[in-house]
Ligand binder design. Structure first.
Ligand SMILES: Cc1ncc(COP(=O)(O)O)c(C=O)c1O
Length: 428
């Protein structure tokens, strides 16, 4: 099965044969097949959807041909499905690389490498300015790497994790690949709902992942009120590992209301991917002392540390006033395009969400059809199903504004409107 998934013979969504049938074909006991399926499920390769049987997950964690991971959009399509930052708005790294090349040499070896003190000092003051108690911090290879390390350090396969639904597809895949069980917490524009979190924790979730700003896909940001409500829910579960993902960081454009410290084990991740570039692969992880020690200690036995060269590069970007100006301009540009798209969609009678970040989330009655009709009209958008934990009666599409220019917003809103209205006109 794994070989079939790797080669693409068993593509995402492909059904696996029923246990008894396969057992008969192979001449083994059903218990053997069931055990093999369990192992595939614990590693996130397949999922079981009740009476729909067992299927290959949308993005199983085995690397096949790189191109197979994500189908390229057909030539000529305006691709608004990516979730990538706008490359036109990322700072130019070259002057900073040059600065590193001409600065004093610093060769870090196995013994002295680790969190680079200067980056740590800058990160501490930036986080403290946002109210994050960043006494102990470390550095990981991006936010998702940090989340993986945190979950692996605190949880065991089979444990439950509360995640936002809809939520970031990669996180849902990671949770499955770690053999953890995702428990859905509904999200509205102010973040995860307090009731949803309470239910997930009462149901035994041992960790919760909250996207504090620029929630993917909805653009939600935790408001001051919601933050207070979530804190009071968490107060009854002090042993829960609380992970906050601030992946959009300086691009978010709304104040941070952090849950840091609401539980004994907490971690706050701030990535540099969206404001400065995803290829930097760096996030700062502030956490309670025991959590930082666990993550760092385990990291030392494997990857070791995040390259000091990258840490110095990020510090150079953070110290540069011109870069700060570019990041502020990028934030305004996303804000302008996102709010314009929401406004245009609302004016056409559609609902649209996008308080922060680079995406707009548009509830639609039949997302498969809307995605297909938009394709015909020349746009690739992401189907809402990618971001949901299970089947949902509510459809939606996610539109990334990064590739959109101002002049393209009205025509796109017309196309989305036509795609939704077409359905009503056909009465299906
Ligand atoms: C919610 C969320 N967290 C984290 C990331 C990625 O962070 P990193 O590149 O630091 O792993 C993304 C990327 O889209 C995201 O949507």
């Amino acid at each position: 099965m794994e070989a079939g998934i790797r080669t693409g013979e068993l593509p995402p969504g492909a059904p696996l044969p029923p246990v008894r049938k396969l057992a008969a074909t192979l001449g083994v006991s059903p218990a053997t097949v069931a055990s093999a399926y369990r192992s595939l499920r614990q590693r996130g390769l397949v999922e079981t959807a009740g009476r729909h049987g067992t299927r290959v997950r949308p993005r199983p964690p085995v690397a096949g041909a790189r191109a197979a991971r994500r189908l390229p959009p057909a030539a000529g399509l305006h691709d608004l499905s990516t979730g990538e930052p706008d490359p036109r708005l990322l700072p130019d790294l070259r002057p900073h690389l040059r600065r590193l090349a001409t600065g004093p040499p610093s060769v870090a070896g196995y013994r002295d490498a680790g969190t680079w003190p200067e980056l740590a000092a800058l990160a501490r003051s930036r986080l403290a300015a946002d109210g994050v108690p960043a006494t102990t911090i470390t550095v990981t290879n991006g936010a998702l790497d940090g989340i993986e390390r945190l979950l692996a350090a605190h949880l065991r396969p089979g444990d439950r994790v509360a995640v936002e639904d809809p939520g970031w597809a990669n996180l849902l895949d990671l949770v499955a690949a770690l053999g953890l069980e995702a428990v859905a917490v509904p999200v509205d524009d102010e973040g995860p709902t307090a009731d949803g979190l309470r239910r997930a924790l009462a149901g035994g979730a041992r960790a919760a992942v909250v996207t504090v700003r620029a929630q993917n896909p909805t653009g939600a940001a935790v408001s001051a009120d919601r933050c207070a409500q979530l804190r009071s829910v968490l107060a009854a579960y002090p042993r829960v590992l609380l992970i906050e993902d601030d992946h959009a960081a300086e691009l978010s454009g709304v104040p941070l209301h952090t849950l840091a410290g609401a539980t004994t084990a907490w971690a706050f991740l701030r990535s540099v991917s969206k404001p400065y570039g995803p290829d930097l692969r760096l996030a700062v992880l502030a956490a309670d002392e025991a959590t930082v020690a666990r993550v760092e200690g385990r990291m030392r036995l494997g990857a070791g540390w995040t390259s000091t060269l990258l840490q110095r590069l990020v510090a150079s970007l953070w110290r540069d006033r011109e870069v700060a100006g570019q990041v502020a301009a990028a934030r305004e540009s996303y804000e302008r395009r996102r709010t314009a798209l929401c406004r245009e969609l609302t004016a056409r009678g559609l609902a649209a969400h996008g308080r922060t970040g680079i995406n707009v989330w548009v509830p639609v009655p039949d997302e498969t059809r809307v995605v297909a009709v938009l394709r015909e009209a020349g746009y690739a958008v992401a189907p809402g199903a990618l971001y949901r934990l299970g089947p949902s009666p509510e459809g939606a599409v996610r539109i990334t504004v990064s590739p959109l220019d101002d002049a393209g917003i009205g025509p796109l809103a017309d196309a989305v409107h036509a795609a939704v209205r077409g359905r009503a006109a056909h009465g299906v």
